[in-house]
Design a protein around this ligand. Structure first.
Ligand SMILES: C=C(O[C@@H]1C=C(C(=O)O)C=C[C@H]1O)C(=O)O
Length: 92
């Protein structure tokens, strides 16, 4: 490489990348565990509503959640929330 702005050797960069990727892997594991927990809690709510003769889903509540993710992450946040809701529906 002839990039004169380089401030790390290739070995140093490799070490930074390996360390950061290990942190990313740990964060992904936590995110996946949190999704599992969210699915279980969501199933509890849905089961209680069904057991009392109500519908499984609440569109009003889903709109609140979509807006929470949109406010924090922008348009992609809405997509993330849609996928999360899809993962959490229908397990009661
Ligand atoms: C968990 C609920 O039931 C359903 C699942 C939701 C969720 O996973 O966040 C949100 C709304 C409902 O469609 C709820 O009403 O809070």
């Amino acid at each position: 490489m002839s990039d004169t702005t380089a401030t790390l050797t290739a070995d140093e960069a490799a070490a930074v990348i390996a360390g950061a990727r290990a942190r990313i892997d740990a964060l992904d594991t936590q995110l996946l565990d949190l999704i599992d927990q969210r699915r279980a809690v969501s199933a509890e709510v849905q089961a209680a509503r069904i057991a009392s003769g109500g519908p499984r889903l609440s569109l009003t509540r889903e709109m609140e959640i979509l807006e929470r993710y949109r406010a924090r992450l922008g348009r992609a946040g809405t997509d993330v929330a849609m996928l999360l809701l899809e993962l959490c529906r229908g397990r009661a």
